[in-house]
Ligand binder design. Structure first.
Ligand code: 5AD
Ligand code: SF4
Length: 482
């Protein structure tokens, strides 16, 4: 280790990340306004975000901190003084893309030797990634993980003015930090974290190691945040957690669970509330019953199943069966007949046979999914499944993915077709990417709608008559008279 590292050098350890049972969670409040030096008053930053909504939410916090330090945002790499990549570790191809991006960004260090290049987020939580960065990417100046975003001011000051390489990744999650500044990506839609981390240890998944122990935020802080957003004119909030259905499981002072939180948030003036992501084993009937009350609770449920084979589910450590998953789907349709259910599925898990895969297809058909994120299994070092014997070749796995996707796409179309001829409420996000005359937004069931309309409708919930259903979107007409 070079002397340069001495101030901050701290690498993660997957072994330490596992030792979490005895830890309790403390909440700390950062004083606002933060007493920060304007170290970036004449400088520019670029922040690149990869992966899930959890990372998008973290990037909003990073942006809040960085701008409080006086930096202004730029899109142009040539004029940036700092470039930070907020990374994703969920699958190997996500990581490869990011390593490729770092290779590309190296050129800007030649034209601007003072450029600070940073890697943040989930990848640095993996020991092997930090080792690789230290060995093969010497031009990366700043490495920090998911648990120490609040320390960004001192890291940036050290990297910029101390000219020291900063490497600090915590293996344990520490406290919940409230009150960090945040600059949100959207003006009318917001993410609200209700919990951090994950305690499930599905055998394929790296998240419990990169995001730490499950910690629920105090309901009061969540409700206050949602009320503040509603008062500021926000139309939609998505509650975030790796397994929102286990919210409150870690409270030692109260019996307050996800259904209670939804019930309380249902009483706020916020027009639309969503949540992601759910775990079937913890999705209780109480939650379904609250959702059935409607109001601001949207009728779309993302319910990752991963596989329809009991033996694969067991090896994945998912703790439910095909039958119990189908039972839950039935309960959802019983209380919310119009519900739209989407899912995540992994094909080619080690040992998955053709018969196992057929079970997945059967479950998909029975569940009437209206969309899915589908993946080929990716071995993540440090997870149990990475060591499981895997005899299926990649060609077979890709063929299974294609077969599955065809059925999933039929579900997308059927899900869209049921709205043909109906008038639906659309929260208008902005203009369509391909045509500035066309507006784009999402229905209560989370269906993308394109329609002609004035830009003044952006940020509003408006009625739209659905004229035609396509697989990936609906075409509609603004229904002014309503
Ligand atoms: N390989 C493939 N897909 C994975 N996912 C999580 N880990 C892996 C992995 N190792 C998928 C799961 C999860 C979604 C976010 O990513 O389907 O629900
Ligand atoms: Fe990963 Fe399973 Fe936790 Fe989801 S519930 S983040 S798949 S370990």
């Amino acid at each position: 280790m070079s002397e340069l590292y001495e101030k901050y050098f701290k690498k993660p350890s997957i072994k330490d990340a596992r030792k979490r049972k005895t830890r309790t969670t403390e909440t700390i409040h950062v004083k606002t306004p933060l007493n920060l030096k304007a170290i970036g008053h004449d400088k520019k930053y670029k922040l690149m975000t990869y992966g899930c909504q959890g990372n998008e939410a973290d990037s909003e916090t990073m942006r809040g901190i960085i701008e409080r330090l006086g930096f202004t945002e730029t899109d142009a790499e040539t004029s940036a003084d700092i470039i930070i990549l907020n990374t994703c570790a969920i699958r190997e191809n996500a990581e490869n893309r990011i390593f490729g991006e770092l290779g590309r960004l190296k050129q800007y260090k030649r034209t601007n030797p003072d450029l600070i290049l940073g890697v943040a987020g989930c990848m640095p939580q993996e020991e092997k990634v930090v080792d690789k960065l230290l060995k093969s990417y010497p031009y990366v100046d700043l490495i920090f993980g998911t648990h120490n975003i609040h320390k960004l001011p001192e890291y940036l000051e050290t990297a910029l003015y101390g000219k020291e390489r900063v490497v600090e990744v915590f293996s344990d999650e520490g406290q919940i930090v409230e009150n960090l500044p945040r600059i949100r990506d959207h003006l009318h839609k917001a993410y609200v974290n209700i919990m951090y981390g994950c305690d499930e240890f599905c055998t394929y998944c790296i998240v419990p190691y990169t995001r730490g122990k499950e910690r629920s935020r105090d309901p009061k802080h969540i409700i206050d945040e949602v009320n503040t957003l509603a008062e500021a004119g926000y139309q939609e909030v998505t509650l975030l957690g790796q397994n929102v259905n286990s919210y409150g499981r870690d409270f030692t002072d109260k019996a307050y669970r996800f259904a209670d939180l939804l019930e309380d948030l249902n009483k706020t003036s916020l027009p639309r509330l969503r949540f992601t992501t759910s775990h079937p084993k913890d999705f209780d009937e109480a939650t379904v019953k609250v959702l059935a009350k409607g109001g601001n609770l949207m009728p779309h449920i993302h319910l990752p199943v991963q596989s329809g084979s009991d033996s694969v589910l067991k090896k994945m450590n998912r703790k439910y069966t095909k039958a119990s998953y189908l039972e839950l789907v039935k309960t959802i349709y019983k209380y919310i007949p119009e519900a739209s259910i989407t899912t995540d599925i992994i094909v080619g898990f080690p040992g998955e046979t053709e018969a196992d895969f057929e079970q997945t297809l059967d479950l998909v058909r029975q569940s009437r999914f209206e969309g899915a994120f589908t993946f080929v299994f990716s071995a993540r070092e440090g997870t149990p499944a990475a060591k499981y014997a895997d005899h299926t070749d990649i060609k077979t796995k890709k063929a299974r993915l294609q077969t599955l996707n065809q059925i999933i796409n039929d579900g997308y179309l059927l899900g869209n077709q049921r709205f043909e001829g109906k008038v639906v409420n659309v929260l208008v996000d902005g203009v369509s990417k391909n045509n500035p005359e066309i507006l784009a937004g999402y229905t209560e069931h989370n269906k993308l709608v394109n329609f002609k309309g004035d830009k003044t409708l952006i940020g509003k919930i408006v009625p739209v008559q659905i004229d035609e259903a396509k697989t990936w979107f609906l075409k509609g007409t603004y229904h002014e008279s309503r």
